[in-house]
Each structure stands twice: as C-alpha cells, then as structure tokens.
Design a protein around this ligand. Structure first.
Ligand SMILES: CC(C)(COP(=O)(O)OP(=O)(O)OC[C@H]1O[C@@H](n2cnc3c(N)ncnc32)[C@H](O)[C@@H]1OP(=O)(O)O)[C@@H](O)C(=O)NCCC(=O)NCCS
Length: 292
C-alpha cells in the first residue's frame, strides 16, 4: 500500500462576508493566532464590508475587509488566509477584490510583517510604526501629576461633543464608527476651560479590553485619558495600539504593564493618511488595527 497520497486541489470562490457563520470567521482568525472573539467579528461586520474565500463545502479559507470612513477614505483589515492555504496567491486575490470594491477612495491599513511585501507590491507606502502594547494591569499605576483639566464620563448619547475633535485628529469624520463603538464602550473626556480637549474609549476585545481611540493634545493628557480606564482594569488584560515610540505616554504604558508585543506598519495608498497638526489633537491610541 502506498503511504502517501496526492489530494485533488480545490477551488475557492469569493462570497460576501455576511453570508457565512461567524464561527467560521472565528476559526479563521484563531488559525493565525489572532485574539478576535465571535463578538468582535460581529462588530467588524456591522462596521464594514468584506469577502471570504470559501471552498465547495462552505469552509472559509480567507477573508479581507474594508471600512468606509467618510466619503473618500477607507481602511482595510482582517486580511487573512489560513496557514494551509498561504503563499498560493489567495491573499493577493482577496486584496485585488477589496481594492476593486474600494474604488477611488484613499486607503490606509496596518501591515503585519507577513503581509508587508504584498501591500508594497500593491502600491501602498509606509507612514509609521504602530506598537501593539498589551499585558496584565498592575494593582497600582505609576505616579502621575494631577490632570490639567477635568476628567468626566461621556454618555454615548453625547457623542457629538467629541466628533469634531476626533475628525481633526484622525483626518476624516468617522462619526458612524464612533457610534458603533460607543454601544459597548466607556468613554472619558478631558475638558479645559469648558472645552473638550481629549477623549478615550475602552471596550472589551479579544483577550481583555482595548483602550482606543484615544485622542489628546499632548502626552500628559493621553496618559490621564488612558489611566482613567486602566485604574478599573487592575489584574486584568488590556491592550493599547499606539504610534508613540517613546516619550511620556510610551513610558507610562510600559510602566503600567503594557509591553510591546508586536509592531505593524501603517501604510497608505492615495492621499497621505497621517498629518499631525502642531499643538492639535492627535490619535494616541488606535480604535483597532483594522480601523487605523
Ligand atoms: C499575509 C497573508 C494574508 C498573505 O496571504 P497569502 O495567501 O499567503 O498571500 P499570497 O500567496 O497571495 O502572497 C502574496 C505575496 O506575499 C508574499 N508572501 C506571502 N506570505 C509571506 C510571508 N509569510 N513572508 C513574506 N512574504 C510572503 C508572497 O510571496 C506573495 O508575493 P508574490 O505574489 O509576488 O509571490 C497571510 O500570510 C496571513 O493570513 N498571515 C497571517 C495574518 C496576517 O498577518 N494578515 C495580514 C494583516 S495586515
């Protein structure tokens, strides 16, 4: 008896991401060791569009999503092919379809090391490094000076108070995404002289909680807007994705148990994505890799 067999190769077809069971998407992200829960996939599907690569009996071998943000911009994420199907052209095939769906929108994404060569070949260029910081939060946070301003909770019904600030920092009005995120997030604001100068959201994601978006005018404000959530997460797992390499904010995260677990590269195609205004509000914490 022959001890090896060559199986027939099979064809994958593209289907809308809403047409498959969420458990299949969950299994796909587990196959590449990503922490997304079925609930996280549900939110992603509500926030954007996507396709999956499905075989003849409905198994999911790959995915790619895009998220319209405003009229002329979109972010891309959840580009995955299951390890058994990698390096056979599936990732490029999924991306080609997503790019076609995005039309002439300006684009941004956060590339893992594995996907970087693919995005370069598709015309994306580098803008920044994102540090994915995560870990268990200690009982006591490092000492910090008193906040310059007043920290408060923002009920989700008052999102309008932060939308314009967010758009200045992010570069595009993403009110629809913020409304979705706020359904299950706690939101903190920092005000000075009656004006909201920063905000942060904290929500459950993956293995624990993610803090972001965090929008602030300076490192100290970002520290307070992050600490306000971390204080409630002592002994639990949290994550912050930030483009701050060093400085007061990065050091505070490091001392708060949030070490660098991985880096990804922010890339864009079309208009430049990251445009920091001096003394203006800035994205200190990302909403997620997929939403940049
Ligand atoms: C990144 C990923 C989607 C690529 O999918 P894939 O099906 O292997 O992609 P393809 O076979 O179409 O290959 C695309 C290009 O990337 C290159 N490539 C694929 N995997 C690579 C790897 N691990 N390291 C370096 N280059 C790689 C290929 O050589 C190919 O280039 P070519 O067409 O010029 O030969 C897949 O590796 C993956 O799911 N990784 C884990 C999750 C992840 O990191 N996703 C990206 C999120 S931004």
């Amino acid at each position: 008896m022959q001890r090896s067999v060559r199986l027939k190769s099979f064809e994958l077809v593209a289907r809308d991401i809403n047409d498959v069971d969420v458990d299949l998407l969950h299994a796909l992200s587990i196959s590449v060791r990503w922490p997304h829960r079925p609930k996280d996939w549900d939110l992603l599907r509500r926030a954007g569009h996507g396709i999956v690569a499905v075989d003849g009996i409905g198994r999911v071998f790959g995915s790619a999503m895009w998220f319209p943000q405003g009229d002329d911009f979109a972010t891309i994420g959840l580009v995955i092919t299951t390890p058994r199907a990698q390096a056979q052209g599936g990732g490029r095939w999924l991306m080609d379809q997503v790019l076609e769906q995005c039309g002439d929108r300006n684009l941004a994404l956060n590339a893992t090391h594995a996907a970087y060569p693919l995005y370069v070949s598709l015309g994306f260029t580098n803008e920044a490094i994102v540090y994915m910081r995560q870990g268990e939060i200690p009982q006591k946070l490092p000492p910090m000076p008193a906040p310059d301003g007043e920290l408060s909770d923002l009920p989700s019904g008052r999102l309008r108070e932060i939308t314009e600030l967010d758009a200045r920092a992010f570069g595009t009005n993403r009110a629809r995404l913020l409304a979705l995120l706020s359904e299950d997030a706690s939101i903190a604001t920092l005000s000075r002289g009656g004006e909201v100068v920063g905000y942060s959201m904290c929500r459950e994601f993956g293995r624990g909680h993610v803090i972001g978006p965090t929008i602030a005018r300076n490192d100290q404000d970002a520290v307070h807007l992050t600490a306000v959530h971390l204080k409630k997460l002592a002994g639990r797992f949290a994550r912050v994705d930030t483009r701050e390499k060093d400085g007061v904010f990065a050091e505070f995260l490091q001392q708060s148990g949030l070490g660098i677990a991985e880096t990804v590269t922010t890339m864009s195609k079309g208009r430049r994505f990251l445009n920091r205004e001096s003394n203006g509000p800035w994205v200190y914490g990302l909403a997620s890799h997929a939403w940049s």
